[in-house]
Design a protein around this ligand. Sequence first.
Ligand code: HEC
Length: 116
Amino acid sequence: MPKRALPLLLLGLVWLLPQAALAESQDAGAPNPKRLEALLYQDCGSCHGMTLRGGLGPALPQDRMQALSPEALTHIIRHGIPGTAMPGWEALLSEEEARWIAEHLQTDNRLKTLDD
Ligand code: HEC
């Protein structure tokens, strides 16, 4: 092997390894409910409250989430609400995963209503 090829080879490896790790983490296939629930109640919860009763962001109870279409909700989750503190999550959530969270909020939400 020519001497100059070694640094290139190493560079290639350094580039390839994280790609492989990334591919593996994204290739999980179907949405992983445990991961997505943890993300919802912890990460989203950091603004919307760990019980989704609101904080910096509004409360996200099931009855209110049902006022939005699953598509609109998925869009908000993926792209955020421009000009507000609501960030987009497309770097962390695939379309399917965002859709899973949207449907969870509408059908299996731990917070059913604020009216109790
Ligand atoms: C950095 C704080 C922050 C985080 C983290 C955050 N949000 Fe928000 N979110 C907000 C704010 C603030 C608003 C209200 C924006 C506005 O003024 O319309 C909002 C609005 C929303 C709305 C619209 C609510 C409505 O009644 O119209 C939904 C749905 C929502 N967020 C879901 C989520 C989900 C799901 C996550 C996690 C994937 C998340 N948010 C993470 C701050 C946050």
